[in-house]
Design a protein around this ligand. Sequence first.
Ligand SMILES: Cc1cc2nc3c(=O)[nH]c(=O)nc-3n(C[C@H](O)[C@H](O)[C@H](O)COP(=O)(O)O)c2cc1C
Length: 421
Amino acid sequence: MATTQDETAPNTSAIALGAIAAQQDTLAAKTKKSQWWRAVLGEYPTGVALVTGRHPDTGEAIGMVVGTFAAVSEDPAIVSFMPSSSSYTWGLLQRSGSFCVNVLGAGHEALCRAFARGPEERFTTGEWIETASGDPRLADALAWFDAGIRDVIGAGDHDIALGDVRGFGVGQGDAGMPLIFLKGGYGTFTIPSLEFSPRGVAGSLRQAESVRQAVDSVAAELGVLAFVATVVKDSIVVLAAANVGGAEGAALVGQSFPFAAPIAPVFAAWSSAARRKVWEESSRHLLGVVDRPFMEGMLERVRERGYAVSVGDSLGAPFDTIVGDPDSKPSDYSRLWAEIDRDFRSLADPATLHEHVQAIQVPVFNAEGVTELELFISGFDLPMTPERFGEIRRRAVAAAAGLSEAIGGRVPDAYPRDLLD
Ligand SMILES: Cc1cc2nc3c(=O)[nH]c(=O)nc-3n(C[C@H](O)[C@H](O)[C@H](O)COP(=O)(O)O)c2cc1C
């Protein structure tokens, strides 16, 4: 029997089809909204961390990638992250009662991708040790937090997980700057001051050429190693060097190393606030902390003296080995800076300085009275007589003042005038 369709009363299959179409529309709209939501959120950069723990029944390592780690409170120390309430790993972590946050560095991108691929690949790479709570901890994570779950707040399709911090610290390794997630991809962070400025270097090189003769004559007259260096962004760059009868000086030209406290204080003692900040922040990267009172005291002494001195071996062979090796890692620099820091703290009694002093650094000023170049003199035969040290100091200060003049600079009024006489 043939049937005709009543146009005002759709049949049941048409209703079903209509319902499916409507559902599809809603789904398409939802997907579109979700994609748009993610795209918009993708404009906001996040750090990347692995939240790890133990399966409450089997004890096996579990973990997930999160971009929502945040510190909540300092006292008491509380951290948080926001897991999807449907997350398999989060369900298990909640039952186990604790978690470890492992902050990833740029060097962890492959590990992070392995974690994102699925549970079976999550602990196949990386060196894992344990927190006091027994959770897996990535040995070279940039930072880690061992936390007990304090509270869970439901928020839509995610939870806000709050953890009481039981322990925290920085990892041992070379994972570099933090891994960052932005616009759906991984990247890392560059400090603007790290950006290379060829124009700045070229200008400094021209200056160096005009001061090279002065460096040569100081080195020849005193029988020492002398070099002139400048600051380019966050690096010290050696522009000209000389020493009598040795190739050592020539090898130094072009060498660069971090402009990071406590090294090269003459560049921070007469300086712009911005440059001073670079000096401190670079040091924070290498040493993990900045001891401001110590640095202030050191800079004050440098300003009173009119030059800086260094003692100890760290600026000798250990320095040359690490700075001269292009394969040196950030951890090598951190170790070297820790030694340099120790040496700067053990500065000898001024009365006996001539017996220990390894180097003297004198500022060359620009027109604003800011240190533009540093005249670095070392290679003395130790111990020296006080007279020999006095002669080196006088000659170095006079040469630096001559260089200030040669580059159109001016020695600031507050500079100790007796040194210039
Ligand atoms: C960079 C990045 C950040 C992420 N952030 C979170 C997050 O904060 N919360 C979350 O629940 N999932 C986040 N995820 C997704 C989870 O890692 C992913 O869903 C994982 O499969 C969850 O683990 P599970 O499958 O064991 O539940 C992120 C993924 C990536 C790649």
